[in-house]
Design a protein around this ligand. Structure first.
Ligand SMILES: [Fe+2]
Length: 185
């Protein structure tokens, strides 16, 4: 039977915003064009595997139980499978595979520090910031300042050097915070 999976609008917009913010960090770090391409595609597609999850669980308006959380964690493997099937290179596959790693080693797969690909470390920051500052069925959106406070309470999860660059970009408004919530698709 032919698979019929749909990426919901939230995840689509989330991918766009994360890729734009990640791209700005890459520019600040003077990534070469090949790295910029990998960065852009990895951040755009990092959550594409969520299309394979039970959408009732993914969008549940409450805190998830342990089994449900384990189910949601599988999206990284589905995302990797999708990008592999689309023919994207191994760097992109790995960047996506490790986008839920914490800098202190407490993330999904336990990689730590510089073991985590730099693109995954960038996505980790932009991803979290975007989730915090946007509405989800299970939570309200935070202001930019609240999101920074929240992230700084768990600063060990993030590459601090990258976090500083990201914060500076947002603070100086040098980053394009894509607001496409007004678009009717
Ligand atoms: Fe994710």
């Amino acid at each position: 039977m032919k698979e019929n999976k749909v990426v919901n609008l939230y995840d689509f917009r989330h991918g766009l915003r994360v890729s734009i913010n990640s791209y700005n960090i890459g520019e600040r770090l003077s990534f070469n064009s090949n790295m910029m391409k990998n960065l852009y595609l990895s951040s755009l597609l990092h959550d594409i595997g969520k299309a394979h999850l039970d959408q009732m669980i993914l969008n549940a308006p409450r805190k998830l139980n342990k089994n449900e959380f384990e189910h949601v964690k599988k999206h990284i493997l589905y995302s990797v499978k999708e990008v592999r099937n689309l023919g994207f290179n191994e760097d992109i596959q790995n960047n996506i595979k490790y986008h839920h790693e914490n800098y202190d080693g407490t993330g999904y797969l336990g990689l730590k520090g510089k073991e985590i690909p730099i693109v995954s470390r960038i996505i980790r920051i932009c991803d979290t910031f975007d989730v915090l500052t946007n509405y989800r069925p299970y939570k309200n959106r935070m202001t930019v300042n609240e999101a920074f406070d929240e992230m700084e309470g768990k600063i060990k999860w993030y590459d601090e050097e990258l976090y500083k660059i990201f914060k500076e970009l947002i603070r100086n408004d040098n980053i394009h915070q894509l607001d496409i919530s007004y678009i009717n698709f």
